[in-house]
Design a protein around this ligand. Sequence first.
Ligand code: FES
Length: 223
Amino acid sequence: MPDSSSKKPARKSPYTADRGIPGAFEGETVTRRNFMTGGALAAGGIATAAFALPALGFALGPLFEDSQPERWQDVGSESEFNDETYVSSVINLVPEIGEPGKTTVYIRRVNPDLDGDTQAIKDQPYVVISTRCMHLGCPVRYIQASARFVCPCHGGVYDFEGKVEGGPPVRPLDRFYTRTRAGRVEVGDRFSVNSELERFSPRDPSNWVDGLWQYIYPSRPTI
Ligand code: FES
């Protein structure tokens, strides 16, 4: 005689009508209430993901960036530059498009007395400052007499290191990676810096990179 204690419990019917659920329909396996609740939760999850995933991508993207410049441009021999003032030079940010890709940069040798040990100059023999204003992108000029960069559009002023000293710009002037090869100075990719002169992947003008702003404004290496 079989042991009654090993008897399997009766299987629950998949049909809502058999389970005595109020308002059940014949042949229905999910109640309308459960169906609507599940649908609302799924729609909420999709909407949340639509906002959260891009934000997560912006925040984590820079971690996977390759920080090594891919293209280097020769800007002259080392003897053409000094560590006391800037010398202007023209580089082409987008050689594929020719003249429109050209821009002026200001170059000087790193000077430990002036530059300290900020991250922006780590492993960099030269300081190369971008002339694109960090307010709305107008071209800035270096004024030798005052040792400052000045923007003609809305009065932005930057000090000798390119840090904002006055006007509406939101962060210091961008810089470029540098290296020397056989006595020649070469300029690589652009990078952005925050008010402490820490490096960031390139951002557009008017994008803050201090504090949480670095996650809100994604990298956009446009020219
Ligand atoms: S674009 Fe330079 S201050 Fe506005």
